[in-house]
Design a protein around this ligand. Structure first.
Ligand code: SAM
Ligand code: SF4
Length: 467
């Protein structure tokens, strides 16, 4: 037998065949697949592919309704809120779509000091954030990878009034086994990494220099993370590099591989689309730009296929589209984000030529929270599962029978109440308090007692109340 190629679980020939087989929409088959998806058991890769060519508005409407049904059944009213924290834009790779690429002279390079990271964190804590996504380019200052570990320790160490960061996730380049071990020890939440494109030729064309040229090293990163016990991983594709249909099927193959090898799939899926970036022609003119309507389809298909995996939408999308996508399956968003190192403490001095890409949504966290609450959704800052050790397979086992709602919903209400008590503007507080009262009024008596009790505890001064 020949040697295995790293990442051979991405089976190009199989994807191409599936796409050929499902080129024409078959409305009977589509309805069959939607009926199955509504039972919350997920879909096979072939079934997901059968939904891709749907374009008839009525059938598309049925697909979106089914996604909305699944989203409501599993996630209820919750939308988890986080903030990205860019600690450095140093990078030795040449990814043609990114402002941080090594040959881009238009970007000023900067790695925050630990004092600067603490200052950025304090600002996020004082806005009301509890969850941070640490982001960095793939080149660290002289201390090497310990820079990332020190930065995570710094973030966890910051306290301000009643506030603190309770979960640090990280989007950083693939690590060695030993580095993943250290990342686990420092208390990482989710390790997030996007393959960018699963299509090998395209991957080669858009990654021209540095460690990142190695497709196999990147696509096997989650295997190494999971071997070291990091069982919350966040998968993603950068949409716009190659055909979205291909990318979604390949990402589903990657998910199935993790399920087979480790008994658990990813905790989250991210769906970034390429945004304009300083010094990048490719970002200005993406080779396979995804339209808004196809983007809605991507979110709906993912929601129906992997119902228990959170879907993350970043600041990259505009407020209006984000609102629509909540209904289709998005369960996590960033709020009040900056994508340049130092961007929170140096607000107003914001340097576009240090940022990674331009933002579709420039609103403050309070505006985002108020908007979400006005839609009848409950912004959640919950980190209960992670702190109770309910990660990876334990989380999925709980999530699958719908049990997680008995934890997530109450925890969403208690952490939202914390936000309203400690950080909200008077207007947001009024909107939020009214939403909580109305939601509790609509609950079954047992749930109303539990949620009402937790909300009252927070209003009476209790903090970090979770179940
Ligand atoms: N350097 C690490 C890496 O590439 O894996 C992690 C940080 S990198 C800044 C995080 C992600 O930003 C990348 O994985 C890529 O998907 C995304 N990104 C890069 N350029 C972008 C652009 N122009 N628009 C939207 N997202 C972009
Ligand atoms: Fe560097 Fe990541 Fe940007 Fe590529 S995507 S240039 S690796 S920061």
């Amino acid at each position: 037998m020949g040697e295995r190629v790293p990442g051979d679980f991405i089976d190009d020939a199989r994807i191409e065949q599936t796409l050929r087989d499902t080129r024409r929409p078959d409305s009977g088959r589509v309805r069959e697949v939607l009926a199955k998806a509504k039972t919350l058991c997920g879909l096979t890769i072939d079934e997901a592919a059968a939904l891709m060519p749907v374009s008839d508005p009525a059938l598309l409407g049925e697909m979106f309704d089914a996604a909305n049904h699944v989203k409501n059944a599993i996630y209820g009213r919750r939308i988890v809120i986080f903030a990205p924290l860019y600690i450095s834009n140093l990078c030795s790779n040449e990814c043609l779509y990114c402002a941080f690429r090594v040959r881009n002279k238009e970007v000023r390079r900067r790695a925050l000091t630990q004092e600067e990271i603490a200052r950025e964190t304090r600002i996020l804590v004082e806005q009301g954030h509890k969850r941070i996504l640490l982001v960095a380019g793939e080149a660290y200052p002289e201390q090497g990878f310990s820079y990332v570990l020190d930065s995570i320790r710094t973030i966890y160490s910051v306290k301000s009034g009643p506030g603190e960061i309770r979960r640090v996730n990280a989007n950083i380049a693939p690590l060695t086994l030993d580095e993943f071990k250290q990342l686990k020890e420092v208390g990482i939440g989710t390790y997030q990494l996007f393959q960018e494109t699963y299509h090998r030729d395209t991957y080669r064309r858009v990654h021209l220099a540095g460690r990142k040229v190695d497709y196999g090293w990147r696509v096997t990163a989650f295997d190494r993370a999971m071997q070291q016990g990091i069982d919350d991983v966040g998968i993603g594709v950068l949409f716009g590099l190659f055909s979205w249909n291909y990318e979604v099927l390949a990402m589903l193959q990657h998910i199935r591989h993790l399920e087979q090898e480790f008994g658990v799939g990813p905790h989250t899926i991210s769906v970034p689309r390429i945004e304009p970036a300083v010094g990048s022609n490719m970002a200005e003119h993406p080779p396979a730009a995804v339209s808004d309507i196809d983007f809605r389809k991507i979110v709906a298909i993912l929601r129906l296929t992997v119902p228990y995996t959170g879907i993350i939408m970043s600041t990259r999308e505009t407020a209006n589209l984000r609102r629509e996508l909540f209904a289709l399956g998005v369960s996590q968003i960033s709020g009040g984000s900056r994508t340049n190192p130092g961007g929170y403490s140096e607000e107003g001095l914001q340097e576009d030529n240090e940022a990674q890409f331009s933002l579709g949504d420039q609103r403050s966290l309070d505006d985002v929270i108020q908007d979400v609450a006005r839609l009848g959704l409950v912004p959640s800052f919950c980190t209960g599962c992670y702190r109770l050790g309910r990660t990876g397979k334990d989380f999925m086992d709980l999530a699958k029978p719908g049990e997680i709602r008995h934890h997530c919903d109450p925890n969403a209400f208690s952490t939202f109440t914390e936000y309203l008590q400690d950080y909200a503007s008077p207007e947001t507080k009024a909107v939020g308090d009214a939403l909580i009262a109305q939601a509790i009024g609509e609950m079954e008596p047992d749930e109303a007692r539990l949620v009402g009790g937790m909300v009252e505890k927070v209003r009476a001064g209790g903090r970090d109340v979770y179940c």
